[in-house]
Design a protein around this ligand. Structure first.
Ligand code: BG6
Length: 472
């Protein structure tokens, strides 16, 4: 629908920016931190860095937060490294690690920046991984113990909590996000058992949060994108629904309704991938209720009917945004209406509105975009600056669609793009940059790690100052 007048962004709209611990912090073994599966990972794409130093935010935290304040952020979404809090993922608490996040949260709060805390972003403690990781039900118990520590320590200072970042991508593209680790069986059946245990952990953490912190709000943070049918052929519509169920709704239905989406369950049974569900599990899942849905949105996906043979599979590697197809389920189709970024990811601002509308329609819970952004190769020009007009254009077009979604009646409570500052990509190293702030390092050379605001920094500051009214 086209409108003659658009609704304003709500006065308390959370204009944010996001990072995750292992991608930004560095200090991988500092002050008693234990190893996570990211630290024990031994496969890195050729030429890309590991995460030992990253953007060294661990040692630049105060000045980074000062820059976030200059950016005008109303919110900052970051993740806590479980292994700083509990080096072995269970048992002993590492006071120095706990204190680091106290200092970070205090620094944010003192500048009026709302902390939005992701409890777990791909970096499972290696010690738990060695015990079978998410394949082992005990990891769900460990997560709840860890959640209790976080709520006890930070509950009086943090209102917004995100449970697990992109659980769906850990299951569907564990390889791409570097996360299959040594954790249990990595065959598909094993992955769906891990998935089930993560849902239990999430539901129990949500219930615990409501018990311990009645004022706090908690929600899941999957990667959600609208799925388009490649054509008006009815069979393409079926394929789009099927892939939507397996990629998106499986994760949202369990988080919100505590039930397995019927199409997704049918898919699991048909392929003999269904997890073992113990007595009482469905009650635990039903009891965990989110207050909002956080979602990472990058671009829609387009699919057609499966041919039932290898021709369903595109000749490319899949990742969070690039679909490959799955024999008997759907065929990946390139959307001829969309352009791609330098890494082959499609760009679809209108799809952001569509995604928000669909999720609001189905769940009627407040929504927040906790990731959205454009990865690019960037080197400072002769003036030493990054002129990222393509990023400004990308954000402008997405924010326009957010406002349209709000005018459509969707309850959007915030927008927290990826990323606040340059960090290490999940599988493309330091060369794929997302930040409003440039960090002077490359994959092979740590240089001086100096921070320099990019052009998008001043632009986003203006957007925030005007509460989304000035996108020029
Ligand atoms: C999301 C993750 O999948 O996408 C982030 O939550 C990640 O951790 C982001 O960095 C962008 O992906 P990539 O692969 O370009 O770093």
């Amino acid at each position: 629908m086209k409108y003659t007048e658009l609704n304003d962004f709500p006065a308390d709209f959370l204009w944010g920016a996001s990072t995750s611990a292992y991608q930004v912090e560095g200090g991988w073994d500092a002050d008693g931190k234990g190893k996570s599966v990211i630290d024990t990972r031994d496969h890195f794409p050729e030429g890309t860095t590991d995460y030992t130093v990253a953007s060294d935010h661990y040692h630049h935290m105060e000045s980074d937060v000062e820059l976030f304040a200059q950016l005008g952020l109303k919110a900052y979404r970051f993740s806590i490294a479980w292994t700083r809090i509990q080096p072995d993922g269970t048992g002993e608490v590492n006071r120095a690690g706990v204190d680091f996040y106290h200092r970070l949260i205090d620094a944010l709060n003192s500048r009026g920046i709302e902390p939005i805390v992701t409890m777990y972003h791909f970096d499972l403690p290696a010690a738990l991984d060695e015990e079978g990781g998410w394949g082992n039900r005990a990891t769900a118990d460990a997560f709840v113990e860890y959640a209790r520590i976080l709520f006890r320590e930070y509950g009086s200072k943090v209102k917004y909590w995100l449970t697990i970042n992109e659980q769906n991508m850990m299951i569907l593209h564990g390889e791409a996000v570097g996360n299959t680790g040594k954790s249990g069986a990595t065959g598909k059946k094993g992955l769906y058992q891990q998935n089930h245990h993560m849902f239990l952990a999430q539901a129990r953490a949500m219930t615990l949060c409501h018990e311990m912190l009645p004022e706090a709000k908690i929600g899941p943070a999957p990667n959600i994108v609208a799925i388009y049918a490649a054509s008006s052929a009815p069979e393409d519509a079926i394929a789009a629904d099927d892939w939507d169920a397996v990629r998106n709704l499986l994760y949202l239905d369990l988080a919100v309704r505590g039930t397995y989406h019927p199409l997704a369950w049918g898919y699991l049974v048909e392929r003999n991938l269904q997890p073992e569900i113990a007595d009482g599990d469905m009650e635990i899942l039903a009891a965990g209720k989110p207050d909002f849905i956080a979602m990472n949105y990058y671009a829609t996906q387009t699919v057609g009917a499966s041919s039932g043979d290898a021709s369903d599979l595109a000749a490319r590697k899949g990742d969070q945004q690039i679909v490959r197809g799955e024999i008997g389920l759907y065929k990946a189709v390139k959307n001829p209406n969309l352009q791609t970024n330098a890494f082959g990811w499609e760009i679809d601002p209108v799809g952001c509105r569509t995604t928000l509308r669909r999720i609001w329609d189905r769940y009627r819970l407040p929504l927040i975009i906790t990731e959205n952004g454009i990865g690019a190769f960037e080197e400072p020009g002769e003036d030493g600056l990054i002129h990222d007009d393509y990023r400004i254009d990308y954000y402008r077009r997405h924010i326009e669609q957010l406002q349209l979604a709000i005018t459509d009646g969707v309850d959007v409570m915030g927008y927290s793009p990826w990323s606040a500052i340059d960090l290490i990509s999940t599988h493309s190293g330091a060369a794929k940059r997302y930040g409003f702030i440039h960090v002077n390092r490359t994959d092979s050379d740590l240089r001086d790690l100096k921070r320099t605001p990019k052009d998008s920094f001043g632009w986003y500051r203006k957007v925030i100052d005007s509460n989304g009214a000035d996108l020029s």
